[in-house]
Design a binder for this molecule. Structure first.
Ligand code: 13P
Length: 250
């Protein structure tokens, strides 16, 4: 049985003080939730404050990105160990916004994935097609490239600990959620790719989240699909009430 995972990607929102407030509002709303990994991914500057605020709760901490080197002259970057020592257990890698605005490629995602696993972080690897790619009928090719590129050289033992987030770019922040059928189809395809790269036993262990305009109204039906193991939530994770409802939709 795969344990569901719902993560809130706060993106470039929420100061430290706002993070503490949001966590304090969220904690009682999800205190009775059991059997779901609930992860908050603040910007780097709010990690420490969020870490303190979630102490003694069922909330977990993740970061939105990292660099693959351990240390050195890489202005503006943060290493896996820095994230671990700031209380992170998870790290999002290859988000489509990083691919679109910051030059992230399948190769850089692969380097980061290796470094994150080596350091003991749980990576959340994002994959997903853009609108024009879906319209051109090449969704499967894009997903295949994203998955095989990211997992190049990653062993079967390592892959079972990785989370994949399927986030169709056309659904992110647009209000256009993929239908449960559309999402399930791609999730099943991702599991098929993993079965080919490793085997079905390993592929069955990988948790695959859906992301893209998840709301309290659509979460439960998406999470009810056989290959959808939770969600990566953007906008709706910025309000405690809506995020809690989504977590309870698992
Ligand atoms: P929205 O939920 O705002 O569409 O964002 C999804 C996302 O990009 C999460 O990483």
């Amino acid at each position: 049985m795969r344990k569901p995972i719902v993560a809130g990607n706060w993106k470039m929102n929420i100061t430290s003080a706002e993070a503490v407030q949001l966590v304090e509002e969220l904690k009682p709303l999800v205190a009775d939730v059991d059997g779901v990994d609930i992860v908050l991914c603040p910007p780097f500057s709010s990690l420490e404050a969020t870490c303190k605020a979630i102490r003694d709760s069922n909330l977990l901490l993740g970061a939105q990105d990292m660099f693959w080197e351990e240390s050195g002259a890489y202005t503006g970057e943060v290493s896996a160990r820095m994230l671990l020592t700031s209380g992170c257990r998870y790290v999002i890698l290859g988000h489509s916004e990083r691919r679109a605005y910051f030059g992230e490629t399948n190769q850089t995602v692969n380097k980061k994935l290796n470094a994150a696993l080596g350091a003991g972080l749980v990576p959340i690897v994002c994959v997903g097609e853009r609108q024009q790619e879906r319209e051109a009928g090449i969704t499967q090719k894009i997903i295949q490239d994203h998955v095989t590129g990211a997992f190049e050289g990653i062993s079967a033992e390592q892959v079972s600990g990785v989370v994949i987030a399927y986030e169709p770019v056309w659904a992110i922040g647009t209000g256009l959620t993929a239908t449960p059928g559309q999402a399930q189809e791609v999730h099943a395809f991702i599991r098929q790719i993993l079965t080919g790269l490793y085997n079905s036993n390993w592929a069955q262990q990988v948790r695959i989240q859906y992301g893209g305009s998840i709301k309290p109204e659509n979460a439960a039906v998406l999470f009810g699909q056989p290959d959808i193991d939770g969600g990566l939530v953007g906008g709706a994770s910025l309000a405690a009430g809506s995020f809690a409802k989504i977590v309870k939709g698992v």
